[in-house]
Design a protein around this ligand. Structure first.
Ligand code: UDP
Length: 512
């Protein structure tokens, strides 16, 4: 679309938080808005995060017309190591500092919105900002535009995270279980599901000051966009709308469109080439090697293991996981990083695994170890992948369920334990193996659970059937078509457009 024309329809400014798992869905949302609406879109981020976003774009994206705007940021001004603009590579002890430093983006964001307003003669239609950027709500309002919060998580998990930070309900009881405002009594939460930082939080400490303040501010925005699908978590959406008392639009899954096609007409290898730029990272082994490994095993037989873009497990957990995996005899593909307490970007030392482990499992073709980063989308969309041992980050869940792959949960941080709880209790397609980096796991238990999830019949088979049904719902949700015929997530995007245009009719727009 001619850019001046799109500008004349209106402009949307987008502000992602500085973490890999937030940047990618923001970019996917920007693409979807550009594809489905005539609006100009400016994605604003710090220099290194912009560089990273650009590096994920393929030549096909060149005409998407998304504008990138650089927000000045110098990490050393905030006590962070130089060139640190992202949660990745940061130890937990410094992540709090990054959160706090993000508030300094308010001034350049204010300037950006004022400049757009001066240039176009009217303010942007809205600012879509991350759930961690509550400071932007007031800026948007003052500058005459709408403020929309985008959660890159699911509805249930986000609501639990928001409500626990806002009310700190675990602090008003001594019991292990507690109820969370916004959730019915049957959905009781457990202390062990909370990250150490929130479990031990004092309302006056730095973490609390950041999260409570920023999250509470987002409750005053004009509506929430959520990277999920209405049909797969009806309870989460129902509870979120009642709690927030705002429109909540389910516009997901925001994953590459080819992951959502019924069957890909292209071969696994060419598909790999087209997908591998999705995350813009260097892979620990070539995508071809992963696909060859998967192709050497039968359908639904391989367990894929990854803890997302920044997590790892403790040395003793790594050892027990390796022993359990090997003794299960099940094929596996494991994205492995140095354990907790070591430089996660450093060399992987053999002593972190049982003696001779890697040689034995690669020699017998039982396992493939991939250092640090793997082509996750290619792996999940391969027919041999039968289950995913995951930290339950929301992007990983969306990617896995979009391929009908059930989950073995090992949540680590953020809202991941709430995502796992929902998948276990509401969706029945997840078994939780462990929770957090402090939990004790035994190889015997690892073996038992892996065998159960990987079985063709029984509990594993049932989980796979349910995951397949969810895959169908996710694909339906983004089905293109005219008005009534289109999927629920595209209809929700239409409704979002009506809201930001201030249009109270029920019409669909001819440009949609
Ligand atoms: N990812 C990947 N290869 C890896 C690990 C992660 O491509 O080896 C991608 C994965 O596909 C997902 C994102 O990184 O899109 C991780 O996001 P998620 O929300 O699951 O977890 P986070 O990293 O935010 O904890």
């Amino acid at each position: 679309m001619d850019d001046s024309k799109s500008q004349s329809h209106g402009h949307i400014v987008m502000l992602p938080f500085m973490a890999h798992g937030h940047l990618i869905p923001f970019l996917a949302l920007a693409r979807r808005i550009r594809r489905q609406t005539p609006f100009a879109v400016t994605l604003a981020a710090t220099p290194l995060n912009l560089w990273y976003l650009r590096s994920t774009m393929s030549p096909d994206d060149d005409d998407s017309g998304i504008r990138f705007h650089e927000l000045p940021f110098r990490s050393s001004d905030h006590g962070l190591p130089s060139d640190t603009e992202n949660t990745e590579n940061l130890p937990l002890s410094q992540i709090g500092m990054l959160f706090r430093s993000s508030v300094s983006l308010a001034t350049p964001v204010e300037r950006l919105i004022s400049d757009i307003t001066a240039e176009e003669g009217r303010p942007p239609l809205c600012v879509i900002s991350d759930v961690l950027f509550g400071w932007s709500v007031d800026i948007a309002r003052r500058l005459g535009t709408k403020s929309i919060t985008f959660t890159t998580g699911g509805a249930y998990g986000t609501l639990a995270y928001v409500s626990i930070w806002v009310h700190l309900p675990h602090r008003s009881t001594d019991t292990e279980e507690f109820s969370v405002p916004g959730f019915p009594e049957r959905c009781r939460f457990h202390r062990s599901q909370l990250h150490r930082f929130i479990r031990e939080v004092e309302p006056t400490d730095e973490w609390s000051k950041f999260f409570q303040v920023q999250i509470k501010l987002t409750l005053a925005s004009d509506g929430w966009l959520c990277n999920s699908v209405e049909e797969i978590e009806p309870l989460g959406f129902d509870l979120s709308r009642k709690y927030l008392k705002l429109p909540v639009w389910a516009i997901g899954p925001l994953i590459p469109p080819r992951m959502l096609r019924k069957s890909s007409p292209i071969s696994p290898n060419s598909r790999s080439k087209s997908l591998q730029k999705h995350t813009g990272k260097a892979f620990g082994v070539s995508p071809e090697k992963c696909l060859d490994f998967l192709s050497s095993h039968s359908p639904n037989s391989v367990l894929y293991i990854s803890f997302g873009s920044q997590n790892t497990i403790s040395p003793s957990q790594m050892m027990q996981l390796a022993i359990g995996l090997e003794s299960s005899g099940k094929p596996f593909l494991w994205v492995i990083r140095p354990p907790l307490g070591f430089d996660t970007k450093g060399e992987f030392r053999p002593e972190w695994l049982p003696l001779g482990f890697e040689d034995r499992v690669t020699g017998s073709n039982q396992g493939l170890l991939v250092r640090n980063w793997a082509p996750q989308l290619d792996i999940l969309s391969h027919g041999s992948t039968g289950a995913f041992l995951s930290h339950c980050g929301w992007n990983s869940i969306m990617e896995s369920l979009s391929q009908g792959v059930p989950i073995l949960g090992w949540p680590m941080a953020a809202e991941q334990a709430h995502n796992a709880k929902m998948m276990v209790e509401e969706m029945g397609m997840c078994i939780e193996l462990a929770c957090g980096v402090e939990s004790r796991i035994e190889a015997e238990e690892v073996k038992r659970v892996i065998e159960m999830v990987m079985e063709e019949e029984g509990e594993g088979g049932e989980m796979r059937k349910r995951a397949n049904a969810v895959m169908g719902q996710m694909r339906e949700a983004v089905k293109e078509g005219s008005d009534d015929d289109k999927g629920s997530s595209l209809k929700a995007l239409d409704d979002f457009v009506r809201t930001i245009l201030g249009d109270s009719t029920n019409r669909t727009f001819s440009f949609l």
